[in-house]
Design a protein around this ligand. Structure first.
Ligand code: NAD
Length: 484
């Protein structure tokens, strides 16, 4: 299988917050990988812009260190890093002041794609948007990329959307959810809409339930202060899990085009029913020999913010009425594993009798680790001894399927940044989607706050609180194992 690099036009990419953690861990190493793959055309430039005083040489050293540390060990031809660094420069720029903007403007070139990556706190988005206009950097074709969190609730998301809309048209705004850039997530659309096999079964008549799990082994660590104001619901469910849910549940769009796809996702969010509070389980990890408890991590012995959440949701439309969607996500769990599992119903009648047991087809889409898919099918256990049935997986891991080319598959950030340069918004969230997601989330949060709900403590290294297991057991179902 040959990987294909689709060229993009030469670009000027300004990274506001170019010295920050995200820029160093993801954006800059990602750009370097695209450069190695030959996708960053000659004549493109990357300009770091942040508050720190630094010259080009110092910034290039920082970028070189970031590539060495976070580049994933990618080896390129000799001299490639030097050539990449030649395209990199830096301007000390203050989002809240006027310093640096004229110099930054002097670097921008006409007739080159312009993109501005806002890798800074959301409180600076409005300032950046305003100054990009005031100092004449923004053209009608330029694009801005904004990071999560996009708001804290519906009101703040509306305010952010309004602040950006004062200076940029919706077609210029790229709200990143890096989950949408993952290979498997896009493959989910290919599997659903590129095959005859699945779509006829993709509904309440044939699907028993759907599980979405995003499990992390790390705690909140140094991000405690930020995380405690947010929690798993705001940090993970409102954006990442919701986007996965949309792709699983949406109707086929007429075309694989930005607004066609986003219109369908929006319909799913709007069809989400409010969740009964009995169907929400919140948890906080306790302490063990490997680390402190959540409350110790956030330095608040009374914190009621959840580091784990599980819930049962329903989508009220013709396709999904009656089919539960179980979502769960948490920190300090057993394994780092993200998976979507579509569990099909039992065959209506077993010709093999009760002894054959209960067998179900499950389509599992693994986002990490080892991106791929498995489809459990029931077959006869080989050998003599009558008709005994077993479930075996048809297993497809991308690394195996793509062979040596697997290394060439861009990671989520690489792919999404190239989509920005191409001007393709399909994998980015539209403003109304984000607002609809908050409109569903806000009352759930307000509900547990009004009830003074205290999250259940769970053992680190487990799969979450007991109550989360009960959420499924009560329905005669069970979670799939969280395993790497
Ligand atoms: P960070 O604190 O490491 O970096 C912030 C950057 O903003 C620095 O370069 C700093 O110089 C710059 N900055 C701060 N004030 C400024 C000002 N007034 N003018 C110009 N520049 C200024 O933060 P980060 O972790 O890189 O995160 C950046 C954004 O990305 C945040 O919104 C964060 O929520 C989001 N995000 C980060 C990650 C991650 O893995 N780090 C993941 C997802 C989203």
């Amino acid at each position: 299988m040959v990987s294909r690099v689709i060229p993009v036009d030469p670009f000027d990419l300004v990274i506001f917050g170019g010295t920050g953690d995200l820029a160093r861990r993801k954006i800059l190493p990602g750009l370097f990988r695209r450069f190695c793959a030959g996708q960053m055309p000659e004549g493109s430039q990357i300009i770091g812009a942040a508050r720190s005083e630094m010259d080009d040489a110092e910034y290039r050293r920082m970028v070189s260190d970031a590539v060495a540390e976070f580049g994933g060990g990618r080896t390129c031809e000799a001299g490639t890093l030097e050539a990449f660094l030649d395209a990199v420069s830096y301007v000390t720029t203050d989002a809240k002041g006027d310093g640096g903007w004229v110099e930054l403007n002097g670097k921008m070139r006409d007739s080159t794609v312009r993109a501005f990556y806002f890798s800074v706190a959301p409180s600076l988005f409005g300032d950046l948007a305003e100054r990009l206009h005031r100092f004449g950097l923004a053209t009608p074709e330029s694009r801005i990329v904004v990071e999560k969190p996009f708001g804290h609730d519906l009101e703040s998301a509306r305010a952010l959307n309004a602040a950006l809309a004062q200076h940029f048209h919706e077609t210029q705004i790229y709200r990143i959810d890096h989950y949408l850039g993952k290979e498997t997530v896009q493959n989910l659309m290919a599997v659903r809409f590129g095959n005859m096999l699945f779509e006829p079964l993709w509904n309440a008549q044939y699907v028993d339930h759907i599980q979405i799990t995003v499990a992390e082994t790390v705690g909140v660590g140094g991000r405690g202060g930020y995380y405690d104001k947010s929690g798993a619901m705001r940090d993970m469910v409102q954006n990442h899990l919701m986007q996965l849910l949309c792709l699983i549940a949406m109707e086929p769009p007429a075309k694989f085009e930005p607004d066609a796809v986003r219109d369908e996702k929006l319909k799913v969010i709007r069809a989400l029913e409010p969740v009964d509070w009995h169907h929400i389980v919140r948890g906080q990890y306790g302490a063990d020999e490997n680390g402190p408890s959540y409350r110790e991590d956030v330095e608040d012995p009374k914190s009621r913010t959840e580091s784990f959440i599980a819930m049962k949701c329903h989508i009220s439309n013709w396709r999904w009425a009656g089919t539960p969607f179980y979502l769960r996500t948490g920190k300090r769990l057993k394994a780092r594993a993200s998976e979507i599992a579509v569990v099909f119903k039992d065959a209506p009648h077993s010709i093999f009798g009760a002894d054959a047991g209960r067998h179900r087809n499950v389509l599992a889409i693994r986002l990490q680790p080892n991106e791929g898919m498995t489809l459990d099918v029931t077959i006869k256990e080989p050998g003599p001894g009558g008709m005994r049935l077993v479930d075996v997986p048809l297993d497809m891991s991308f690394a195996d399927a793509l062979g040596p080319d697997a290394e060439e598959v861009p990671d989520a950030y690489e792919r999404l940044i190239m989509d920005v340069i191409r001007g393709n918004q399909t994998l980015f969230m539209r403003g109304d989607e984000v607002e609809a997601a908050w409109a569903w989330t806000d009352p759930l949060i307000a509900g547990w706050q009004a009830r003074n709900d205290v999250p259940k403590t769970y053992d680190p290294g487990s799969s979450g609180p007991e109550d989360a297991l009960m959420l499924m057991h009560r329905d005669g179902r069970k979670w799939r194992e969280v395993k790497a």
